[in-house]
Write a protein that binds this ligand. Sequence first.
Ligand code: ADP
Length: 545
Amino acid sequence: MLGHMMQQPLLISTLLIHAERHHGEREIVSRRVEGDIHRTTYKELASRSRRMAKALIKLGIQPGERVATLAWNTHRHMELYYAVSGFGAVLHTLNPRLHPDQVVYIADHAEDQVVFFDLTFLPIVQAVASRTKTVKHWVAMTDRAHMPAADQAAKVPGLLCFEELMAAQDDTFTWPQFDENSASSLCYTSGTTGNPKGVLYSHRSTLLHSLAAALPDALNCSERDVILPVVPMFHVNAWGLPYVGCLTGAKLVFPGPGLDGKNLYELFESEGVTVSAGVPTVWQGLLGYVEANKLKFSTMRRTIIGGSACPPAMIRAFAEQYDVQVLHAWGMTEMSPLGTVCTFKAAQVPLGQEERYAIMATQGRAVFGADMKIVSEDGKDLPWDGKTTGDLYVKGPWIISGYFKNEGGNPLKDGWFPTGDVAKISPDGFMTITDRSKDVIKSGGEWIGSIDLENIAMAHPAVAMAACIAARHPKWDERPLLVVVKKPGASVTRDELIAFYDGKIAKWWTPDDVVFVDAIPLGATGKMQKIKLREQFKDHVLPTA
Ligand code: ADP
């Protein structure tokens, strides 16, 4: 027997309709490429998204076709999130930090028809515009007054102006109804190995993910919050926050190109930001600035940190010096991205501070909709004892079933998606990522988790950044080599750092050697590129004791 309930497809446009009707006056504030601070509302967002949808239809874009962006977090990018997906086209967020050759590869692979870009990225557009195969229009996300001069514009065939497209349309438009399983947006994994692969989200997966992401034990967002997503809208839809904005009516603050400590801090304070989100490397810059200038956060209460492991020393610094709670989260592009978030269970609330810090350092527990398990190499379930490590598999309605255009074939194993991460799970369901399977260090047949080793080094006052990689060893095959960037003006020796591991970890896990570098290469999403380090240090000779 069927239930007698209304049939309403889970469409992204319904989020926008809700936001316009129920919190139309709530603000959306952006630091723009033009240099100003721009203020708008959800009502205006809805109106401009309808106008932009009409403009795209007028340009000949059909439902299902891909419309790309090369853009910072701003209100115009948000308008495209709703305009493009709203009428059934697919929003493809290109990562502007990629090499132009990769941008061409991805735009061709996605068959992008139109590319919207921020003026910052004009040089990339000029470098790729004559090379892409399918792009008919390049739209500069600005007004007529700020359009590139004629000699620059000449290098971009089919150049259009965002505000002119907008101005040519009125806002009378009804969002079409269609199957909630239709594709809504497309993100490519940053391709740390091989060519990037596309993850094609649906309206249904996006809506379910947004509902779960807003929950108190997930990102915990409400109308009363002021959210500043530092995580880019070109990286897994800024972890869903542009959708959570419309869903909850939280005020949104977009930092545009201003991602340095000073610009971020000023926005946090001037706009009363309560929640933020980003990768650990961004917070390092922010904390450095706040510390150097002896500042405090007057409104910020929570920050979601994920994308790579958040060093426990950072969790502690946020809590003890700034009264900001870190929500450690884990996910991936293939998971929309949310998998786990670390919040306490009732039984843990009364625990002592040190025990609480130990829990906060884990990646947390499963959000409903992202089930997980750990398995052995032969696919057998492993126990949740907080000790046994295995390959982490996930399953749920916002997890990929296959890559765009079936690249790489069927990725699933018995209906589960193998994440490529290695993890352990405690009896009460708290998951700790110990490594990526390709970064694991295999010493004498046993695994050593590089994240633990990095976290310890990061707790040393002289260390700004640390990566642990496998170095070749004649007897043990591989042994850990610690690569360290010192804090400016700080000094520490190899032997002091090695001694720093005493008593903190099993003796045989201690790195065999330490090398100091000026910088650790970061990838397009702000993560350490260990693959490059392994290449750089492939001939490193370890001391033999
Ligand atoms: P890419 O694989 O291109 O880096 P993602 O941005 O989707 O793409 O990265 C997902 C991966 O990032 C995860 O599989 C995991 O290895 C790592 N990751 C994400 N969050 C965390 C976290 N909190 N702790 C440790 N690793 C994390």
